[in-house]
Design a protein around this ligand. Structure first.
Ligand SMILES: *[C@@H]1O[C@H](CO)[C@@H](O)[C@H](O)[C@H]1NC(C)=O
Ligand SMILES: *[C@@H]1O[C@H](CO)[C@@H](O)[C@H](O)[C@H]1NC(C)=O
Ligand SMILES: *[C@@H]1O[C@H](CO)[C@@H](O)[C@H](O)[C@H]1NC(C)=O
Ligand SMILES: *[C@@H]1O[C@H](CO)[C@@H](O)[C@H](O)[C@H]1NC(C)=O
Ligand SMILES: *[C@@H]1O[C@H](CO)[C@@H](O)[C@H](O)[C@H]1NC(C)=O
Ligand SMILES: [Zn+2]
Length: 476
């Protein structure tokens, strides 16, 4: 049952994802803190800043299963912790290390009575847990704990730092999605696009992924966790490789202590501000207590796909008819931090992002399953998802296309800012990679399928080529 714990302003509202909420209530639309996954559903989080907003939420409360919570003190950061959607086959693995209750206990008292008592004695810690169900937990933590809690969580639990301040919610408007709609409407196979995407080099993908995981012994990378030196090595290397292909790249810091986003741009040869972004995240996560986080699939696969596309742009000497960005984000594993920063920056600049496609985990294939492409069931602009699905049939017909509840990679940050976006993933259904968030996430192992990574990179690239329009610097 919903409860109002403190009837004052600055309340937090947790409500099931429902886009009519944003239309019905301006104050909610203006004070949005993001979408968060919870088991098989998605919740939206808001801060209620005005009496009218609290009134709206209280009325809504009588109809929908929502929670209203007092906001914690301003020195604390909110962290959403969720149990991820993983295949039942993964739950059989015996896990070492603490349970989620151990982690919460270590953060402070969770027993409500104990928390109540400590509330009256001024300096004692108060329970960090604000809200909890079987699959989702909202905690308020000092910043240093908030930014490192991902390293303490048991496998299959994922933390997301809630933004410090709310931002206006921008639905993806008809105008924003017009270009994608028109490409979807007129889509047909192009031999020229095929000749470009078929030029992606599989041997190069093998080389690149082994550098990023550290398997080739050249890079010295042990981990690409956002705080690791390996992440910095990776960022500089990715920047260097993409610069060699003719793009202008920059490392963009978004939060002190975190590795930067790598943002690379090929300027359009036309006079336009329209921009297309294709992306992955290069940061990684390992097993509890281990310093190793090779991130071969998550998300070395998406990152390598982006590199393979950059190398193809150079080999084919492609010139785009929109601005074309290749981006690899950091801070994804701490809750989409790099992409939230970049998408907010683009929104503040009134950028015209007409398409964004994130590749996150594209290489794992269970031996008994076909080559697949998973599209997002919930978080994705429907027209973009439909376009990617249709492009797949044209250029990578070997992929079986399906839908997945595995969700919430960096494309979500772009959707929240009103930019048309979607994701490519490795299978229909939940995550099944046994090395997911594990220090054994290498590229040389059973189930790591470079052919699937290649086929999905072709789809990501072909979709972007169709929407951008392009020509060759040299006659073909
Ligand atoms: C969304 O909210 C509206 C009222 O605000 C309600 O009528 C509708 O049933 C809700 N939709 C879902 C799917 O819960
Ligand atoms: C890609 O195209 C270039 C130039 O057209 C050619 O030299 C190269 O062999 C091609 N590579 C692949 C993998 O198709
Ligand atoms: C691009 O944006 C700039 C700054 O907002 C504007 O002055 C210019 O006219 C735009 N160009 C096009 C082709 O829309
Ligand atoms: C973006 O657009 C808004 C509304 O049209 C305007 O107020 C603002 O100055 C613009 N910002 C930039 C950076 O162009
Ligand atoms: C192809 O596009 C149509 C809309 O034009 C859509 O209904 C369909 O689901 C798409 N196919 C795939 C596999 O996504
Ligand atoms: Zn990932």
């Amino acid at each position: 049952m919903p409860t109002i714990q403190a009837p004052s302003l600055g309340l937090l509202l947790i409500a099931p994802l429902n886009s009519t909420l944003f239309l019905e209530s301006q104050c909610l639309a203006q004070n949005f803190l993001g979408h968060y996954r919870s088991g098989e559903t998605t919740s939206s989080l808001f801060r209620l800043e005005t009496p009218g907003c609290v009134q709206f939420a209280s009325n809504y409360l009588s109809k929908e299963p929502i929670a209203l919570l007092a906001t914690p003190s301003p020195e604390k950061r909110l962290v959403w912790i969720e149990h991820e959607s993983v295949d039942a086959s993964l739950l059989q693995y015996n896990h070492q290390g603490p349970t989620i209750d151990d982690v919460l206990d270590a953060l402070g008292p969770t027993d409500p009575e104990e928390a109540q008592q400590t509330l009256s004695t001024s300096d004692s810690p108060v329970s960090p847990v604000l809200y909890r169900t079987d699959t989702e937990i909202l905690v308020a933590l000092p910043p240093e704990q908030a930014f490192t809690i991902d390293t303490l969580l048991p496998r299959f639990w994922k933390s997301t730092i809630v933004p410090e301040s709310p931002s206006p919610y921008r639905g993806v408007s008809d105008e924003n999605v017009e270009r994608v709609r028109s490409v979807l409407h007129n889509l047909k196979f192009s031999p020229v696009v095929a000749s470009v995407v078929n030029n992606i080099s599989i041997p190069q993908i093998h080389n690149d992924i082994r550098f990023l995981t550290g398997e080739d012994g050249r890079s010295g990378i042990v981990s690409r966790h956002s705080f690791s030196t390996g992440a910095i090595t990776a960022a500089n290397w990715i920047k260097g490789r993409i610069e060699e292909t003719g793009a202008e790249c920059r490392l963009e810091n978004f939060l002190s202590g975190f590795a930067p986003n790598v943002i690379c741009r090929y300027a359009s040869i036309m006079d336009t501000n329209d921009t297309i972004i294709i992306s992955g995240h290069y940061d990684s996560r390992g097993s509890f207590g281990s310093v190793r986080a090779p991130g071969g699939d998550d998300d070395g696969s998406g990152t390598t796909g982006i590199l393979s596309i950059a190398r193809t742009i150079a080999r084919k000497r492609i010139k785009f008819h929109t601005n074309f960005e290749l981006v690899t984000f950091a801070g994804e594993e701490q809750g989409l931090l790099g992409s939230r920063a970049y998408s907010r920056q683009l929104r503040a600049q009134n950028a015209s992002v007409v398409l964004m496609i994130q590749a996150d985990m594209t290489a794992y294939r269970a031996p008994e399953e076909p080559l697949q492409l998973g599209l997002p069931e919930r978080i994705g602009t429907p027209e973009v998802t439909a376009l990617v699905g249709n492009v797949s049939a044209l250029y990578s017909p070997e992929l079986t296309v399906g839908y997945s509840a595995a969700c919430c990679s960096d494309h979500q940050s772009f959707i929240e800012q009103g930019f048309p976006a979607s994701q490519v993933f490795e299978r229909a259904g939940p995550i099944a990679d046994p090395m997911y968030h594990n220090s054994g996430d290498l590229s040389e192992r059973v189930g790591y399928d470079v052919n699937q990574l290649y086929a999905i990179a072709k789809v990501q690239f072909a979709t972007a080529l169709h929407v951008a329009g392009f020509e060759f610097a040299d006659p073909q």
